[in-house]
Design a protein around this ligand. Structure first.
Ligand code: F6R
Length: 586
């Protein structure tokens, strides 16, 4: 949520602008840049994405920038960052939970606010606390903040200086061939060979001239060793596709092929998995759906009890953590605030925690006992696609290893076939283009399935709603007649997923029930006889992938459907409204 950038070096404005564009996956409600030159700030702001921010006349060698995902206050120019008050200009990513109390103090001093944001209060407090030592002022102010923040701060008394602070929101310092940088995430710093210094929670940095100095929570100097930026990974291109989302769907076979199944390589994780007597999975959104899909694998294949929870709920329902619990915290970004908090809580209550992440250098990875990378490569589109397939495969591989270890059955061959099956599915999945017209003006859409297909249906529904903005729900096919059937009318699109031969008859009963009430049913199935059922509005026949690991495959036509419906409705599938790629606030 929100991307921040700071830069010290020649020609700062266009560099900050370009870096902000690479952070737009974190939010694109509004954007702004402040430059400090000759003790004066020049600020430019606009509503909407970074493109069009007027920077041509902005000269200076020191500045900060921001791309916003609105939390407090509507996406307006006034609420856009940087927030300037007195000698300070501030960009902020995070949420200041106690900002009302702090703002009251400022208002009591007679200070006037120009925005409705929680962030502006930081600039006011800095102005009030500053006694000539920038770091001390930043430390004094942040000591009073409750919540999460990554801050980049300019002070008009301190030329060529950017002060930084971090608590629960990511912030990385980068030293390039020219200039010193800070940013919320690596893509903004993706220059081959750039030295990267991630800040930890409670740490500070002061960039001045070409020096970067780091400090701990108490203000004591810190030595940090840099890692080198891998530009090839960190500067993804669309590679001939119109959108990142479409490209990332196309990458699923290679992601599955690349994914190393060797859990033994994850520093003792395999032993922890084998020692566990209970599996917990906690995650949000798509990652939660991957967890649900894996529950079937853990319980059916490995006979291992597995409980899946929404991370944002887990935190607050006083969870019971059985002895010998292995908690798998699943997150593409590794920065999702709720998942991080749930993992922390599980750890406090005695669970061994493994971070199942795409971003290995993330906050979640840092706090976990073990890190299991899903290896999807950087994912740019806001809607998760290839990372879902990689999460499902990674979790299913764990279940398969356990099953083998327990002498139940080997699944290695089936797992190995998945990349080829995904390749084939990509091509048959294009058939969904013929379905698009039925969805364009639907009042609501339903996705149904049973068993593991229900998990896939939930993910198909989420994908469609988030990028097409059509109201859509995922249901177990068995549940329709308990209420939802009342919503089915003539031409209501219903997408049924069916990969389980054993449950085919049951799912088809639900298909017949909705067809009888006028629904247009679209089937995604591995069962030829079902695909040939008369009266279907459309069918995609998937290759035989069995029903245990099928969500990694059956999701592909559902992702393609969401993509093509989104396009046909004139949306930008890569940047759905109101959403951001990493949800770093609660
Ligand atoms: C949907 C989507 C979100 C994320 C969720 C968790 O397409 O991407 O639902 O899955 O915000 O994000 P991570 O996996 O980064 O924890």
């Amino acid at each position: 949520m929100c991307g921040i950038v700071g830069y010290l070096g020649k020609n700062a404005a266009p560099r900050i602008y370009a870096a902000l564009k690479k952070l737009e996956y974190r939010g694109y409600d509004s954007a702004g840049i402040a430059l400090l030159s000759d003790g004066k700030f020049t600020v430019r702001k606009k509503v909407g994405p970074v493109a069009g921010l007027k920077i041509a006349d902005l000269a200076g060698n020191c500045g900060v920038g921001h791309t916003r995902w609105a939390t407090h206050g509507a996406p307006t120019e006034q609420n856009a960052h940087p927030h300037v008050y007195g000698r300070f200009a501030v960009v902020h990513n995070g949420i200041i939970e106690n900002y009302r109390t702090l703002k009251e103090e400022c208002l009591a001093r007679g200070e006037v606010f120009s925005s409705e944001t929680d962030s502006e209060v930081i600039a006011h407090m800095l102005e009030h606390s500053y006694r000539g030592d920038l770091l001390e002022a930043v430390r004094a102010v942040t000591a009073r903040l409750v919540g999460s923040y990554a801050l980049a701060i300019l002070c008009s008394d301190c030329p060529e200086t950017v002060a930084l602070a971090r608590e629960k929101s990511p912030l990385i310092v980068g030293r390039g061939h020219v200039g010193l940088w800070c940013a919320s995430d690596v893509p903004a710093l993706a220059e081959k060979g750039m030295q990267l210094y991630p800040l930890g929670d409670g740490e500070f940095a002061v960039l001045h001239g070409d020096e970067a100095a780091f400090y701990d929570r108490d203000g004591a100097p810190l030595e940090k060793k840099p890692t080198l930026c891998d530009a090839a990974r960190d500067t993804p291109e669309k590679g001939g596709f119109l959108h990142f989302m479409r490209k990332e769907i196309a990458e699923i076979p290679s992601v599955l092929r690349r994914r190393p199944h060797a859990l033994t390589a994850c520093g003792g994780f395999y032993e922890a998995l084998c020692a566990a007597e209970h599996i917990g999975i906690t995650a949000c959104g798509t990652a939660y759906h991957a967890g649900l899909a894996a529950k079937y694998a853990f319980e059916r294949l490995a006979r291992m009890p597995c409980e899946v929870s929404f991370a944002g709920e887990y935190r607050y329902y006083e969870p019971i953590v059985p002895e010998k619990t292995l908690m798998l915290a699943v997150s593409q970004s590794g920065e999702t605030a709720d998942t991080i908090a749930a993992a922390r809580l599980a750890k406090e209550r005695g669970a061994v925690v493994a971070a199942v992440v795409n971003e290995e250098k993330s906050t979640l990875a840092a706090l976990a006992d073990f890190v299991v990378p899903v290896g999807a490569g950087r994912e740019i589109a806001v809607a998760a696609t290839k990372s879902y397939a990689a999460q499902v495969l990674t979790l299913d591989s764990m279940a398969a290893s356990l099953a083998e270890r327990r002498g139940l059955r080997g699944y290695g061959d089936l797992l190995k076939e998945l990349p080829d099956l995904a390749e084939e599915t990509l091509s048959v999945g294009e058939g969904v283009r013929a379905w698009v017209a039925h969805f364009l003006s639907a009042r609501s859409v339903y996705f149904i399935g049973r068993g593991v297909d229900y998990a896939a249906a939930l993910e198909g529904s989420l994908k469609l709603k988030e990028i097409s903005y059509l109201p859509s729900e995922g249901y177990p096919a068995s549940e329709l007649k308990h209420g939802t059937l009342a919503l089915i009318e003539a031409h209501t699109p219903v997408v049924a997923v069916l990969t389980s031969e054993a449950l085919a008859e049951k799912t088809m009963n639900a298909v017949h029930e909705v067809t009888a009430r006028g629904a247009s049913v679209f089937l995604v199935t591995t069962v030829r006889a079902c695909a040939e059922t008369p009266g279907l509005a459309g069918a995609v026949l998937l290759p035989q992938c069995g029903d245990v690991f099928s969500p990694a495959i059956s999701v592909i036509p559902l992702q393609l459907l969401a993509y093509y419906v989104s396009l046909a409705r004139g949306n930008d599938p890569d940047r759905p409204r109101n959403l951001a790629k990493s949800v770093t606030v609660e």
